[in-house]
Write a protein that binds this ligand. Structure first.
Ligand code: GAL
Length: 419
């Protein structure tokens, strides 16, 4: 009898633990510092999560530490200093893939979150391919909050009509219509600061190489000096002729503005541009602005995923775990993503909450071939990405395809790409 009571007590205990997780959220107190580059215009989606967290955990003082700069160009440098200096935030934004694995996991700075994935039932709700990007054979290292698409071309349908052009399906078509646009005083392709050149480059590379050879660059089976890879730089150089001269001084939002204001015809940008146009500028997708796959990449979804991890030595670990639980939840994900322009990383999201752009992205995510982004951390580690930015700067000045290809091959070997 006593044994039976004990067994029941143990079972109830286990049940409670399963129901509430290892963290009894309502009792949380102290600080929670989350670190990201979602500042200013990029902030509304993050703010929705912060509001939810504050409502769930009123005892916690959430510190929203952001460092402005698209694609984390500045934030990542600050994060590095903090991590190396033994001063990690409680949780930080990091891209799924090599940015996470080849950098912070390799340096043994992250906590394994496999237990959290199992506890929250996430092994079944996140696609297995995505979990793979977050994992090594030793663990699962961050919680995904979204899926963004990198290879998207944005334009204003009414403007294209006025200028007598259609959205190009290939880069060759773009090169044909670009002079017609220029003749009307329109910049064919809006470009911004240097990382957006990397962003454009990856879409051009995907078009020139196709998804299989793109992947081969990263598993080391296709050399950066192969004729196909040199062709990427050749095509990229031709396209650059039709971009704005002041690109280096513009933010990605300002390049989007050029399209919205009718100064430029097209922009290649990730679908956070849809978040910006719909959430910040109040435009209606499908009416005020439109999109298609970046030329030559129809049927391929170049993906990236923002995630948050738990660094070893996080000062407020329990509060950070509660943050991660919110990020991975259906409610959290469906509050964040409709504002952000991304789709939920979960398989069970409520698509009725999303606008027509995001619904189309969700459909493509199901049926397209999936490729990984370079600029946003999927296919290469931080070392390569930093060196690639230098190669890009060199190319923007020299416009020498062979030289850029040789330099890429050298930095690929230096950074262990394909090993
Ligand atoms: C990406 C990030 C997106 C968006 C974009 C522009 O790297 O994944 O969520 O913030 O940069 O800053």
């Amino acid at each position: 009898m006593r044994f039976k009571k004990l067994a029941i007590a143990v079972l109830v205990g286990i049940g409670l633990l399963a129901a509430f997780g290892t963290v009894f959220a309502d009792n949380l107190t102290g600080d929670l510092e989350i670190f990201s580059w979602w500042a200013g215009d990029e902030g509304p989606a993050l703010q929705a999560l912060i509001d939810m967290y504050n409502a769930q955990h009123p005892g916690v003082n959430l510190i929203n530490a952001t460092v402005t700069g698209g694609s984390g160009v500045n934030a990542k440098a600050v994060l590095k200093t903090r991590m190396l200096g033994g001063n990690p935030p409680d949780s930080f934004q990091v891209h799924a893939g090599q940015e996470l694995i080849g950098t912070w996991v390799k340096a043994d700075r992250m906590e394994d979150l496999t237990w959290l994935f199992k506890q929250e039932g996430w092994m079944d709700v996140f696609p297995s391919g995505l979990i793979k990007l977050l994992s090594t054979d030793k663990g699962i290292w961050s919680v995904p909050v979204n899926i963004h698409r990198s290879n998207v071309m944005w334009y204003i349908p009414a403007n294209l009509e006025k200028w007598g052009v259609e959205a190009p399906k290939t880069w060759d078509e773009f090169l044909t219509i670009a002079p017609k646009l220029q003749a009307q005083g329109v910049v064919p392709l809006a470009l911004a600061t240097n990382w957006t050149a990397n962003h454009l480059w990856e879409s051009v590379a995907l078009a020139v190489l196709g998804p299989e050879k793109w992947q081969q660059l990263w598993d080391g089976t296709l050399s950066f000096t192969s004729p196909e890879a040199v062709k990427v730089w050749e095509m990229f150089g031709k396209i650059l002729q039709y971009t704005n001269d002041d690109a280096a001084s513009l933010s990605w939002q300002q390049a989007t503005d050029m399209v919205v204001n009718g100064k430029a015809a097209f922009n290649i940008m990730g679908d956070w541009a849809s978040g910006y146009m719909a959430t910040t500028l109040g435009l209606t997708p499908g009416v005020d602005y439109a999109w298609s796959a970046s030329p030559g990449t129809d049927g391929v979804f170049m993906m990236l995923s923002d995630s948050f991890g738990l660094p070893k030595g996080a000062p407020n670990r329990d509060n950070a775990i509660a943050w991660l639980q919110l990020l991975g939840s259906k409610a959290g994900s469906d509050a964040f993503n409709p504002l952000k322009g991304s789709i939920s990383a979960r398989k069970d999201s409520d698509l009725s909450l999303y606008n027509v752009y995001s619904q189309s992205a969700a459909a493509d995510w199901q049926k397209d071939i999936i490729a990984g982004s370079l600029t946003h951390g999927v296919v290469a580690n931080e070392g390569f990405m930093n060196d690639f930015a230098t190669v890009m700067e060199m190319f923007l000045t020299s416009r020498d395809p062979q030289q850029a290809a040789n330099a890429c091959e050298a930095i690929a070997r230096q950074n262990g790409i394909g090993e």
